[in-house]
Design a protein around this ligand. Structure first.
Ligand code: PEP
Ligand code: MG
Length: 586
């Protein structure tokens, strides 16, 4: 990397790919001065009323923003979550209780309750849930601003390509960005699963998050290069580096256009072996991205999103509406919906909490069907009720034994009979599948096969459990590699056994969208790869440019290696040789 005397290079989390070059607009949120008052008993009811009115105003303002930005195809669900936070009973009722019990003003009560909730989020292990912290922070700030009668400062008018630099950005703030001028953003906080990142993806805005102290290291008006794929921000780069990035940005755009032009071509090897390329979705608003990227339906719809940031789990009707929208939007292609994978540390904040010493090994995934049967029954009924809208495949997470699947299959049959008795139509041919993500499930594929119609390998957790490495622990991150020979062997065995039992088997973990592994997985014989929709065009290009025997030979060679590092080295060399220019960022 060429750098000038004044250049700084900041490393963060690669949040949304692409290169953005522009001047910094540093958005530092002023700290809100919170008045602290003790109130007399007589003043308390009016103070609670003041809080309720402030919440209504904050909500109205957010709804206004939502209406104004609907035209830029925003992720509506993000707004819905944030609106829900503004009327969240946990937050508002508890703040009202504090006004009454602690005899303090609304601002102070809200700050105290907000701090308590944020501390809960900070203690969570799951990165997806931890990223929901920004929603709580956003809601508390909006409510405080409303109480204090303050208007949000906003970004102001922009006249040139601008990179927004902030401690954190809420989805609403990103939604309001002046898209004619804001070319990317960089934030101190945030992880890969934050709403800001989901929105950046859907708007095609390059972004790097989790930079730590970007707002201090970057000055207003500094020239910046945001390399969203590398997770890097160049501050005040020398001219030569800027020129090189301008060239790279052009080349990336040309490549992306060329790949998108091939999006409608069949997903098959050059000699005609099909591999279904499907999308992983978190919310129904992302359906729009499927067609553009050439996805054949949805291989993994994570339903946790529906359960977060609320005091009560969503009811049957609310869930049914979501699943119907998804099924109808994806039909005639299948929509694979995973039953909820909450539990242990992953429980929603307002749900009953248990502290577990080993949450990754605790009450989560399908184990919740036993521990909290009501939760699963509501979801399964909602899924069955929605089933006539399209082609439903139900996927069970964290299976570790045949009896779990048998119990759920029987439960599904009972719920189906119940619904039919109520006169509620349920589609024939709803398929049931298992996420192969524990070594136990991987070893039991032959015994699970008679119970299900399909399998999907969850390489994120399969790596965690096979290598015994916490997927969120920085200290052992060097060991977390899906290319570990033990993981590859587990995949090979699962695929062979599933195919022998005539059950289709796919991969839905991050590995499925990593172009480095496309040929190995195809060569091992998977029937489906499910990934972030934006990754599909490149994976399809690799697939279509390869003969099946070549992929088999490469898989065979890779399976003979002894370490993850040897696997990565070989694949980097091989894929760069086969696809020069396409995989340089890999
Ligand atoms: C996996 O474990 O690979 C997977 C797809 O699920 P998640 O990342 O949601 O645990
Ligand atoms: Mg998993």
């Amino acid at each position: 990397m060429t750098s000038g005397p004044d250049t700084a290079i900041l490393e963060g989390v690669a949040a949304s790919p692409g290169i953005a070059i522009g001047r910094a607009r540093v958005l530092v949120r002023e700290a809100l001065a919170i008045p602290e008052r003790r109130l007399s008993a007589a003043e308390l009811p009016a103070e609670v009323e003041r809080l309720v009115r402030a919440a209504a105003r904050a909500r109205a303002r957010l709804e206004e923003i939502q209406r104004a930005v609907a035209r830029v195809e925003l992720v509506d669900a993000v707004f819905r979550t944030q609106l829900l936070m503004l009327e969240d009973r946990q937050l508002l009722d508890e703040a009202a209780r504090r006004i009454r019990d602690e005899g303090v003003n609304a601002e102070l009560a809200l700050r105290r309750e907000g701090d308590r909730l944020l501390a809960l989020f900070d203690a969570m292990h799951d990165p997806y849930l931890r990223d929901r912290r920004a929603d709580v922070e956003f809601a508390v700030r909006q409510l405080l601003m409303s109480l204090l009668g303050r208007e949000p400062a906003g970004v102001g008018s922009l006249a040139e390509p601008t990179v927004l630099v902030a401690t954190d950005l809420s989805a609403a703030e990103i939604a309001q960005l002046d898209r004619a001028h804001v070319v990317g953003f960089a934030t101190d906080a945030g992880g890969r699963a934050s709403h800001a990142v989901i929105l950046a993806h859907s708007l095609g805005l390059p972004a790097v998050v989790g930079l730590g102290d970007a707002t201090r290291a970057i000055g207003e008006g500094d020239l910046l290069v945001v390399d969203g794929r590398a997770g890097r921000v160049l501050v005040r780069p020398p001219d030569a580096a800027v020129r090189a990035y301008v060239e790279r940005a052009r080349a990336e755009r040309r490549r992306a256009c060329a790949l998108l032009r091939g999006a409608d071509l069949p997903a098959e090897t050059r000699d005609g072996r099909p591999v279904a390329l499907r999308a992983n979705l978190e919310c129904v608003e992302e359906i729009a991205s499927l067609g553009r990227h050439g996805a054949e339906g949805v291989g993994l719809f994570r339903t946790e999103f529906l359960f977060l940031n609320r005091s009560e789990p969503p009811g049957e009707e609310e869930q049914e509406r979501h699943y119907r929208t998804l099924l109808a939007g994806v039909a005639p292609q299948p929509a694979t919906i995973r039953t909820v994978d909450l539990g242990g540390d992953k429980l929603p904040i307002a749900g009953p909490r248990r502290t577990e010493a080993n949450p990754a090994l605790g009450l989560r995934g399908v184990r919740l069907a036993r521990g909290r049967a009501g939760l699963y029954d509501v979801q399964l009924r909602a899924l069955l009720r929605a089933s006539p809208a399209g082609r439903l495949r139900i996927l069970l997470p964290l299976v570790s034994g045949v009896e779990e699947v048998v119990a759920l299959r029987e439960r599904l049959a009972d719920l189906r009979s119940g619904l039919e008795a109520e006169g509620c139509p349920v589609a024939d041919g709803v398929e049931l599948g298992v996420v192969v993500e524990t070594p136990a499930a991987a070893a039991l594929v032959d015994l699970l096969a008679p119970e299900v119609q399909f399998f999907s390998i969850g390489t994120n957790d399969l790596t965690q459990y096979t290598v015994a490495v916490d997927r969120d622990n920085e200290a052992v991150a060097y060991l977390y590699d899906a290319g570990h020979p033990a993981v590859l062997r587990a995949i090979r065995a699962a695929v062979e056994v599933a195919r022998a039992a005539a059950r289709p088997i796919g991969v839905c973990g991050e590995m499925a969208g990593d172009p480095l592994y496309t040929l190995v997985l195809v060569g091992l014989g998977v029937d489906e790869l499910s990934m972030n929709a934006a990754s599909i065009p490149l994976v399809k290009r690799i697939l279509r440019d390869t003969e099946w025997p070549e992929a088999r030979a490469l898989a065979g060679e890779v399976l003979g290696l002894r370490t993850a590092a040897e696997v990565t080295d070989l694949l980097r060399k091989e894929m760069r040789r086969r696809f020069p220019g396409e995989l340089e960022a890999v």
